[in-house]
Design a protein around this ligand. Structure first.
Ligand SMILES: Nc1ncnc2c1ncn2[C@@H]1O[C@H](COP(=O)(O)OP(=O)(O)OP(=O)(O)O)[C@@H](O)[C@H]1O
Length: 225
C-alpha cells in the first residue's frame, strides 16, 4: 500500500512562492491501476515525482509498502527508485545509440544469471510483440514500438510501483489505445500498482479507477502562499 499524509509542496516562481499540492490523505492499494486526471499545471507530474522520490515534500509523509520515503536522503531515494519504481515517459527516454534490447539489458539486475536474463528478455520482447524488432535501434522503430520497449524496461523487474506520465501522449489514437491496453494488461497480470497521468478521457475509461487531482489536492490552482 502507498500512503500520502498531509503532503504539501510549493515552488518559487518569479520570486513568489506558489503552493502546488496540499494532499491531506491519499491511499493507493497494492495492484490498483489508476488514471490520474486534471488540468495542465494542476500538479499531476509533481505528484508522480513525489511518489517516485525524485522530489521530496515540504511537509508530510509518503509511505511506500512500509518504507518512509519522506525521511530518505537523496541517495537512498535514488536507490529506492532503482529498486522499486518503473517509470514510463511520454517521449520514451530510450538511449539512441543502443538497440531496444540493449536498452532493456542495461537495467537487468546484477543478481540475474545470464540464462535468466536471456529467458526473461526473450519472453518480454515476445509478450509485447517486438520479438522481430528487438535488435533495431530506436530510430528504426515506430513510436509505438519504442514505447513498447520502454514498457519492458520499466516492468521487467516487476517494480512495486509503476508510474507513467502521459505514456501515450505522442502516439496516434489507435496506437495509444494498443499501448495503454498492453500496459494495463501486464500490470494486471503481474499485480503491479500503476498510476498513469493522462489528459485523454477516453483512455482513462480503460482504467478500473480514475482519480481527478482535485479530489485529493486541496490547493486551488496557482495559489500564492
Ligand atoms: N521544478 C519546478 N520549479 C518550479 N515550478 C515547478 C517545478 N515543477 C513544476 N512546477 C510548477 O508546478 C505546477 C504544476 O506542474 P506539474 O508539471 O506538476 O503539472 P501537471 O498537472 O503535470 O501539468 P501538465 O498536465 O501540463 O503536464 C506548474 O505551475 C509548474 O510550472
Amino acid at each position: 500500500m502507498i500512503e500520502m499524509n498531509n503532503i504539501s509542496k510549493s515552488f518559487t516562481m518569479h520570486g513568489q512562492r506558489l503552493s502546488i499540492l496540499n494532499v491531506p490523505e491519499w491511499k493507493i492499494q497494492q495492484g490498483e491501476r489508476i488514471a490520474l486526471l486534471g488540468p495542465s499545471g494542476s500538479g499531476k507530474s509533481t505528484l508522480l515525482h513525489l511518489l517516485s522520490g525524485v522530489m521530496i515534500p515540504d511537509a508530510g509523509e509518503i509511505w511506500v509498502n512500509g518504507l518512509p520515503l519522506h525521511g530518505y536522503s537523496q541517495s537512498k531515494r535514488d536507490r529506492f527508485r532503482a529498486e522499486h519504481v518503473g517509470y514510463i515517459f511520454q517521449d520514451f527516454h530510450l538511449i539512441s545509440s543502443l538497440t531496444a534490447r540493449q536498452n532493456v539489458e542495461l537495467i537487468v539486475p546484477p543478481e540475474w544469471s545470464k540464462k535468466q536474463a536471456k529467458e526473461q528478455l526473450d519472453d518480454w520482447f515476445d509478450r509485447v510483440g517486438l520479438k522481430d524488432r528487438q535488435h533495431h535501434m530506436p530510430y528504426e522503430l515506430s513510436r509505438g514500438q519504442q514505447q513498447r520497449a520502454a514498457i519492458i524496461r520499466a516492468l521487467i523487474t516487476k517494480p512495486q510501483l509503476v508510474l507513467a506520465d502521459e505514456p501515450t501522449g505522442s502516439l496516434d489514437w489507435e496506437t495509444a489505445g494498443e499501448v495503454m491496453s498492453l500496459l494495463l494488461n501486464i500490470c494486471e497480470s503481474e499485480k503491479l500498482t500503476l498510476v498513469t497521468v493522462t489528459h485523454d478521457l477516453h483512455l482513462a475509461e480503460m482504467y478500473p479507477k480514475r482519480v481527478h487531482i482535485g479530489e485529493i489536492n486541496e490547493v486551488p490552482r496557482r495559489n500564492a502562499v
